[in-house]
Design a protein around this ligand. Structure first.
Ligand code: CP3
Length: 344
């Protein structure tokens, strides 16, 4: 196989690079004035997600401004529940709202996993547009929410601090909870397969709320569905690279990398970079993990911490990223300073 010119793919192939490639979670977002302008043109967030031209435009904005090594498809993890038949809307300043699933009746109102493509067709078109438009050195990343994280929103109908309603359904009506997890898992495989066919070279599974699962539940509802999704995708697309993000997994990050055949594990800010370099990086590429709040405050601390993260991971394959998404109050100039500190 010829060596890729794309640094992200080289790192995902296990190469240790002198300068780590970099991208940021939520790199297309409200901290950028050009994003806010395009979002206003689209009308609202969901209209932006379903408009292939404008969604591709906002995906490209941070690539033009900063020259990130990867572009991540502009969409949202909650489009899958919507494609399964849940109602979805966003309340300005508060976040997502969905119709709730708390019974077999509610579950019965959802459509089958294979029916998602009609709703999600514009997303596949965005991927095709991006695949044609990106600079040759930039890797295209598709994504989906992992089943547990998506289920927490579908059950509660909104984001929750402790995922209480999802834990309650797991305890009180396990057959319905398991059937919902299976439906999301099947839909996720179909959704990511279409993104890959449309040109995504890498896909990332966001399990943002994995940290609230206890040890047994983590195996059953984080690790097991990730294994199922990764196995299905790798069987169909042996070349595709996969990044797993079991956010908040803490010590369980070790079990995760031992069991899930992803090419890279993304680590959050609660994990020490040195610990991740020692315990995870010998097994696979690690992505992370600058504290995103430093992009709000900036200054010498931002530069010092950026260099510390680069240095901690310098002896193995590493993709520089944040521990979680960049926030709307971050300064675009601080992002430039972070990149300059990485690339020297
Ligand atoms: O990273 C990227 O730039 C790609 C696009 C992307 C978005 N959401 C766009 C978005 C990705 C990968 C996501 C993933 C996502 N969405 C996750 C998992 C990652 C994480 O952050 O933990 C989750 C839990 C969601 C669900 C979601 N979408 C919430 C809770 C919210 C509201 C919170 C907020 O930041 O406003 C969203 C909205 C959302 N998704 C925005 C963006 C750019 C902001 C929407 C706006 O413009 O108003």
């Amino acid at each position: 196989m010829t060596q890729s010119t794309k640094t992200i793919l080289r790192a995902l192939n296990g190469e240790t690079l002198p300068t780590p490639p970099v991208w940021m979670m939520r790199q297309a977002g409200r901290y950028l004035p050009e994003y806010k302008a395009t979002r206003a043109q689209a009308g609202d967030f969901l209209s932006l997600c379903y408009n292939p031209d404008l969604a591709a435009e906002v995906t490209l904005q941070p690539i033009r401004r900063y020259g990130f090594d990867a572009a991540i498809l502009f969409a949202d993890i909650l489009l899958v529940p919507q494609a399964l038949g849940a109602d979805l809307w966003f309340v300005t300043g508060e976040g997502p709202r969905l119709s709730t699933i708390t019974s077999a009746d509610d579950l019965g109102k959802l459509g089958p996993a294979d029916d998602i493509h009609e709703t999600l067709a514009p997303i596949y078109q965005t991927v095709r547009n991006l695949s044609a438009a990106l600079p040759k050195e930039t890797t295209l990343i598709g994504f989906a929410g992992a089943p547990w994280t998506v289920a927490t929103y579908m059950i509660a109908g909104r984001g929750t601090p402790d995922q209480g309603p999802a834990h309650a359904l797991m305890r009180e009506n396990q057959p319905v909870f398991d059937a919902l997890m299976d439906r999301i898992t099947d839909a996720t495989i179909l959704y990511l397969a279409e993104q890959i066919k449309a040109g995504a070279e890498v896909v990332k599974l966001f399990d943002s709320w994995a940290g609230s699962l206890g040890a047994d539940a983590f195996d059953r509802y984080c690790t097991a569905p990730h294994i199922k999704i990764v196995t299905a995708l790798k069987t169909q697309f042996p070349e595709v690279k996969i990044i797993g993000f079991p956010r908040g997994a803490d010590q369980k990050y070790i079990d995760y990398v031992d069991q899930v055949a992803v090419d890279c594990v993304a680590v959050d800010t609660a994990v020490s970079s040195n610990w991740a370099a020692e315990n995870l990086q010998p097994k696979m590429c690690v992505q992370g993990n600058l504290d995103q709040s430093l992009l709000v405050t900036g200054g010498e601390k931002l530069i010092a911490e950026t260099k510390r993260v680069v240095s901690a991971f310098k002896n193995g394959p590493h993709i520089f990223n944040l521990g979680h998404g960049i926030t709307p109050d971050a300064s675009p100039d601080n992002v430039s300073q972070m990149i300059a500190a990485i690339r020297g």
